[in-house]
Design a protein around this ligand. Structure first.
Ligand code: UGA
Length: 537
């Protein structure tokens, strides 16, 4: 029998904690959901009009639950009572919760034992310590962060040492949302995994957490397993997705050398239902904060278990990814006669994938570094979603390369207009698969400010009351840089006018399509020479 839940506290107001808490609150109006973080600025942003992260549909959902906007102006429904809160009062909120969900960053360790592959548990351990200190007896502790297998044991040890005699159940409930589709993924997940101890108390805790999900997820999609399986399943899911991309990317190299077309090969093999047609788009290699880190965490786990062959196998997934990215840069440089000194190159897309302002582990940065070694006249960058100041601050952080931005005496300029960025360029590199860059018209953007969110949010939008934007000098929305993207809401732009671009790029009109999104024949008609990944060109 699940216990009643009145109060859930998420620790960590980032890409996972924020959206998951918002969906949990939206679907469970009777539960008070609080997201806590010690970063005061991040919390202010979550409490402001402009959220610190962009996800299609998230602004509406957050504001419905946070501000109680649902039905407020449709004349017949009573305004909804706010049940989503954001706070910096970490210990108090932990102390009030029935369930505490830990959703903090677990990046790769950059120094010490296991550096470069083991998971850096500094933030997770600190938060787990606070939870153990402040939570009430009987609280359910949930690992939402991606953690190494057997992390729950570490928390158990902390409890034994710091709060002997007090009982907490520890659950693993990994997140499977992807950047750019977080709301959609949360609204209709393929599955929800809940790992618990096999004891009766463990199972009751698992059912209690499950009851918060069954408000909108069918019970048949909730899989309860043992806690170690759940922790490992998350690492394996990401590693197998990454492995699939490295597999198809390795085949793209064969295509380029043989005349086979990678898009045709993908379509042909994806039609086999055993393989499926998802995650078969070849490209410049995967980016993002999760794949590389999780594969490396699996590598480290195998290594520490003495399974050298297993760890070598998974390490090759990351190596193939790097090979793919380097192959692309090398191809660009070779086609430009192996000299960039007098040339301008334009990077279209800086985010690691479309519909997100997330730039963590973006392949763009590594490609830019390789181009910089060739001392180009200019590298122009344009991204329709990532705020200019974010890109500029990331470029400035590459201090070992000396001053890089044009205004500091370097060769890199970040543009907010794609036509200025491509004007007079010798080569365009498509790095992100934004729909705006595609040759073929795509579905018109949704009228909502939330952009191309899936239909599932349309009903919510109807109930959403639009409010005026905050002032341009709002300190919460328009200043600062770093992990949290200070960009305002992304509004999908018009399709790129390739005809216009063709008229102002330098002959012979090179476009290097790192995402296989351009129609080569269409572009040829415009006088543009396209070289695509996985195609002999
Ligand atoms: C990934 C997983 O897909 C999520 O299920 C998981 O929850 C998440 O990591 C996480 O652990 O937090 P994410 O990294 O946000 O999500 O984005 P993906 O859609 O998986 O894309 C990852 C990279 O692979 C991107 O650079 C994308 O452009 C690339 N990709 C994806 C391809 O090159 N080809 C494809 O066919 C698909």
């Amino acid at each position: 029998q699940p216990k009643a839940i009145h109060n859930i506290c998420f620790v960590g107001a980032g890409y996972v904690g924020g959206p998951t808490a918002a969906l949990m609150a939206l679907n469970n109006p009777q539960i008070k959901v609080t997201v806590v973080d010690k970063d005061d600025r991040r919390i202010r942003r979550w409490n402001s009009r402009h959220l610190p992260i962009y996800e299609p549909g998230l602004a509406e959902i957050t504001r419905i639950a946070r501000d109680g906007l649902e039905g407020a102006k449709d004349g017949n429904a009573a305004p909804r009572k706010p049940n989503l809160f954001f706070s910096t009062d970490v210990s108090r909120c932990i102390g009030e919760a029935d369930i505490v969900v830990i959703a903090v960053n677990t990046p790769t360790k950059m120094r010490g034992a296991g550096k470069g592959s083991a998971t850096d548990m500094t933030s997770f351990e600190a938060v787990a310590g606070e939870v153990v200190r402040h939570a009430r007896d009987g609280t359910i502790i949930v690992e939402k962060s991606t953690v190494p297998c057997r992390t729950a044991e570490m928390i158990e040890q902390m409890i034994k040492l710091q709060r002997p005699g007090v009982h907490f159940e520890i659950l693993s409930n990994p997140e499977f949302l992807a950047a750019g589709t977080a709301v959609q993924d949360l609204l209709s997940p393929d599955r929800v995994i809940i790992g618990s101890s096999p004891s009766v108390q463990g199972r009751i805790a698992a059912e209690t957490l499950a009851s918060a999900y069954t408000a909108w997820v069918d019970r048949s999609r909730i899989i309860t397993v043992n806690v170690w399986s759940s922790e490992l399943a998350k690492l394996v899911a990401n590693s197998m997705l990454a492995q699939r991309l490295s597999s198809i990317n390795s085949i793209s190299a064969i295509c380029e050398a043989t005349g086979a077309e990678i898009n045709e090969v993908s379509a042909a093999i994806g039609a086999d239902v055993r393989l499926g047609n998802k995650f078969l788009r070849a490209g410049i290699g995967f980016g993002g904060s999760c794949f590389k880190k999780d594969v490396l965490s699996l590598v480290y786990l195998a290594e520490s278990l003495g399974l050298a062959e297993v760890s070598d196998y998974w390490r090759s997934v990351v190596e193939m990814n790097e090979y793919q990215r380097n192959r692309f840069s090398t191809r660009v440089i070779r086609r430009l006669n192996s000299t960039l000194v007098t040339k301008k190159l334009t990077i279209l897309g800086y985010a690691f994938k479309k519909n997100t302002s997330d730039t963590r582990e973006t392949p763009a940065l590594e490609i830019i570094k390789t181009l910089l070694d060739e001392n180009p006249r200019e590298i122009a960058i344009y991204d329709p979603c990532v705020n200019r100041s974010v890109i500029e601050s990331e470029i400035r952080e590459m201090q070992s390369y000396g001053p890089l931005l044009k205004e500091d005496g370097g060769c890199i300029s970040v543009y907010s207009d794609p036509y200025e960025a491509t004007s007079g360029t010798n080569a365009i590199l498509i790095i992100t698969d934004f729909d705006e860059f595609k040759t073929k018209p795509v579905a018109p953007p949704s009228p909502s400010a939330a952009g191309p969110a899936a239909g599932v949010t349309d009903a919510l939008r109807k109930r959403f009351v639009a409010e005026p934007d905050c002032a341009a000098d709002c300190p919460d929305c328009h200043t600062g840089t770093g992990y949290i993207d200070p960009s305002a809401e992304y509004k999908p732009k018009q399709q790129l006018d390739w005809k216009r671009i063709a008229s102002h790029i330098k002959s012979p009109g090179w476009v290097f399509d790192g995402r296989c999104i351009l129609d080569v024949q269409e572009m040829k008609k415009l006088g543009i020479r396209v070289e695509s990944i996985g195609s002999a060109g």
